[in-house]
Design a protein. Structure first.
Length: 256
């Protein structure tokens, strides 16, 4: 698959109902047994507080944005390119009874600089969404433009793990299959770090999220749809933190 904004949109137009069946309102592979625990953790480490303006870049059906707005007095702009997902997100928002705190927008997060005033947001979140980008450098640059100086960019995502120098194909085969199956472009962590530093961000933290990770939802999803990602795979795929994948959160501050 040639990864484009349109191909990602088409993927979720097709698969959203299936994701809801297994993932609920948070379309993230690395979760916690209680989904709210993950959201509370993100709010803590990204230092999301009352009175802030936040962007949820690639918001799915609105689960994280709505959960954050229920607990904090924040204003969230939640962007998505999928009409289907945004329609469901609006229904979820009405049910949550927090009208006025979350605004769902049908837009591409690469265009933040065109959509919002410069230096007008306190936080920008990419919650397993940057991996869908065909141009992460552009997305990061756009996020920087709308962040206030001192504002925090939080990225939680999937990156390439360490390569076996004696058998690179062992790493690259599942990566390419995962990209094709889920409309992703999994990249080396170093590329994103370079984009961030070149865009004027100071890296405050880069680590595996400090939560009790739970992959049951994703494992159910792949098993139910018979997804096979490994050579000669006989049993359903189970994400147990394979060495060729690295789940990382990056917390960085705009300094320039």
């Amino acid at each position: 698959m040639n990864l484009t904004v349109e191909s990602v949109k088409n993927y979720y137009e097709q698969w959203t109902e299936d994701y809801i069946s297994d993932f609920g309102d948070i379309f993230q592979a690395l979760q916690t047994a209680n989904p709210q625990d993950l959201i509370d953790y993100i709010c803590e480490v990204a230092e999301i507080e009352d009175g802030q303006k936040v962007i949820d870049a690639g918001c799915g059906i609105g689960g994280p944005a709505i959960r954050i707005a229920k607990n904090l007095d924040v204003q969230i702009e939640a962007l998505n390119i999928s009409k289907k997902q945004l329609s469901i997100a609006e229904d979820n928002l009405r049910t949550a009874d927090i009208v006025g705190k979350v605004n769902f927008v049908e837009e591409d997060f690469h265009k933040l600089e065109e959509l919002y005033d410069r230096e007008s947001f306190d936080r920008v979140l990419f919650l397993e969404s940057l991996v869908h980008s065909n141009s992460p450098q552009l997305a990061i640059s756009a996020a920087r433009a709308v962040l206030k100086k001192g504002g925090i960019l939080y990225i939680k995502d999937l990156f390439e793990g360490p390569k076996d120098p004696e058998n690179r194909g062992r790493v690259e085969y599942p990566i390419s299959k995962i990209n094709e199956q889920f409309a992703l472009k999994i990249r080396p962590l170093g590329e994103t770090i370079q984009h961030l530093t070149e865009s004027g961000f100071e890296i405050m933290s880069c680590q595996y999220p400090k939560v009790q990770a739970n992959f049951d939802r994703g494992n159910r999803f792949t098993a139910r749809h018979g997804i096979r990602l490994l050579p000669n795979q006989e049993r359903p795929w189970e994400d147990k933190g394979f060495i060729f994948l690295s789940w990382i959160e990056i917390i960085c501050k705009r300094v320039y």
